[in-house]
Design a protein around this ligand. Structure first.
Ligand code: NAD
Length: 293
């Protein structure tokens, strides 16, 4: 089976590497990033999204947001211009659920099948091949690509119709953002009260407050290491998609609105390209203290 991979950024690059390691034939393309390293590992260099599509039975996209996926799939020299009837398009980007449904309807008219399959776990789990993958769309297509997804993720779950993957991802992103905010507020308080934050971490990480988020982000905070990882700008994008989706359904999401404004303030402080663990900087600024080792 020939696989096409479009979007070789922080996440796409290690995910594509894992497919190469598993022995899949890969044709790859990115509009802006270089990908010579993957070509030297055996991938074929595509010259456009259309070219990738023409070489592939399954096409994976890993792009920033809805407009990028629309451009790559439906735009000039895009996937639809090159793909054969019966090709399965697996969009693993985190985009608006409504956009997944629109793109699915457009590709269906040309005889393609689409799944939305966003991921959680960030760069470390993309490298390990242990992402959580949440998939929406046709169940037969899901069973066909499941072995491919299992090379990138340790948890691959079908959650419903097209768009359901991205609804699940929005829920994930709300929980992650608010979890980092809660950890940040609590660690700023503990530090200002004179307790070593590393000791606080060691004392509570095994209890009810412990979480995957705490284990991943507190060590970064203690080191003052805000290298992305997952950029605040991308999390703002996800929260905007969450707010739009919630409001279209008449669901008030007050906590999401609150953390969105925190992230807007961090962007104003030039932290948009920092990892989302830099949410702590907002709380540090309020209390005039830093949570460090
Ligand atoms: P990224 O910006 O590092 O990579 C995106 C890549 O897409 C870039 O290399 C860019 O050049 C390319 N691109 C943009 N438009 C294109 C087009 N029209 N055609 C071809 N290539 C194009 O982003 P990322 O961090 O890899 O994230 C990708 C997706 O995964 C996003 O939706 C993000 O929200 C999601 N995600 C990211 C993380 C993380 O920790 N970084 C974790 C989970 C999910």
């Amino acid at each position: 089976m020939n696989i096409g991979f479009i979007g070789l950024g922080i996440m796409g690059r290690p995910m594509a590497k894992n497919l190469l390691k598993a022995g899949y034939a890969l044709t790859i393309f990115d509009k802006f990033a270089k990908f010579d390293d993957l070509v030297s590992l055996g991938a074929r260099a595509g010259i456009s999204n259309k070219d990738v599509a023409a070489q592939s039975d399954v096409i994976i996209t890993m792009l920033p947001n809805s407009p990028h996926v629309k451009e790559a799939v439906l735009g000039q020299d895009g996937v639809l211009d090159g793909a054969k009837v019966g090709t399965i398009l697996v969009d693993m980007s985190s985009i608006a659920p409504g956009a997944s449904q629109e793109i699915c309807a457009a590709v269906k008219e040309k005889g393609l099948v689409m799944l939305d399959a966003p991921v959680s776990g960030g760069e470390p789990k993309a490298i390990e091949g242990t992402l959580a993958v949440m998939v929406g769309g046709d169940t037969n297509a899901f069973e066909t690509v499941r072995p491919i997804l299992e090379k990138m993720g340790s948890s691959v779950v079908h959650v419903g119709e097209i768009g359901a993957g991205n609804v699940t991802k929005l829920a994930n992103q709300i929980i992650v953002a608010l979890n980092i905010a809660a950890v940040s507020e609590a660690f700023v308080l503990a530090t200002k009260a004179g307790v070593n934050p590393e000791s606080v971490f060691n004392a509570i990480k095994g209890g009810l407050a412990g979480s995957t988020v705490m284990n991943a982000k507190v060590p970064m905070i203690l080191d003052g290491n805000f290298k992305p990882g997952f950029r605040i700008d991308l999390h703002i994008k996800d929260l905007q998609n969450a707010l739009d989706t919630a409001h279209a359904l008449n669901v008030p999401v007050p906590l999401t609105a609150n953390i969105m404004e925190t992230m807007q303030a961090l962007k104003n402080d030039d932290l948009g390209t920092s990892d989302h663990s830099a949410i702590v900087r907002y709380y540090e600024k309020l209390a005039r203290i830093e949570v460090r080792r």
